[in-house]
Design a protein. Structure first.
Length: 247
């Protein structure tokens, strides 16, 4: 398969707006459906959400999905029907495996500050696994020194959070101006810039990525990112696409 690079700009995302929520969707989600934009590799949801104080998502169901939440600002309170409860804040990653079915709520319990977070979904290798929950703090110092594995199902990866998909791993980095990271070697990569500005280098298609921008890469060779200002990046490494078996 020839290498492809597709840059998706922040302004081109679909947006759901309510009095309490602003949610920007990288892929088809909820009332927004584009048959040409349902996933990349194994990633089916990349939502960039801001929830106002004292509000949030009431109890609702999920099944057969690995849901990873990464908070950028504020705090998000999680509660589910399996008895799990947690408060997620910047630097603390969370994974909920919906499996055979689970109910959960996500609330901003603050009385004054909004919560800003990115929620990402990948499909598990097997359906109807037992629902489960993990959260793990990623040390700020590590996040400042290059790519860190936030969550992974890849054999041989050491990650604080495990995924029920052997073909997927989520990396993160906080980069100071001039710092660079090489992207993982994988058939499918999804790079999302929740804040800051980075430059994509080492490919025929290159360019600056600003807050909210994403790039979808297939069979790319040797790309890297260099920060132009203090930045944060979330990178999915994927060794299969929907319907494939991971290798």
């Amino acid at each position: 398969m020839p290498a492809t690079v597709e840059i998706r700009r922040a302004a081109d995302r679909a947006v759901t707006t309510t009095p309490w929520l602003k949610s920007r969707h990288s892929f088809s989600f909820a009332d927004y459906y584009d048959p040409a934009n349902t996933h990349h590799g194994l990633l089916v949801v990349n939502n960039d959400d801001v929830v106002q104080p004292g509000t949030g998502f009431n109890t609702h169901p999920h099944r057969d999905m690995e849901i990873v939440t990464w908070v950028l600002q504020g705090e998000l309170t999680h509660q589910d029907s399996a008895g799990n409860h947690g408060v997620i804040y910047p630097g603390l990653a969370q994974r909920m495996s919906a499996g055979s079915g689970i109910l959960h709520s996500e609330k901003n319990d603050s009385t004054f500050a909004p919560v800003h977070f990115v929620q990402m979904w990948v499909v598990p290798d097997e359906a109807a696994v037992t629902p489960s929950y993990q959260q793990h703090e990623i040390d700020d110092e590590l996040l400042g020194g290059g790519l860190v594995i936030i969550a992974s199902g890849r054999p041989g990866h050491e990650a604080g959070i495990t995924l029920h998909n052997r073909g997927a791993a989520l990396h993160g980095a906080r980069l100071q101006p001039g710092a660079a990271v090489e992207l993982p070697d994988a058939p499918y990569l999804h790079v999302f810039v929740p804040r800051g500005e980075v430059t994509l280098e080492g490919l025929e298609v290159q360019g600056e990525l600003h807050a909210g921008d994403a790039v979808r890469l297939t069979d790319s060779d040797g790309p890297r990112l260099t920060a132009g200002e203090p930045s944060e990046v979330l990178i999915w490494e994927m060794h299969a696409k929907l319907g494939d078996k991971a290798t």
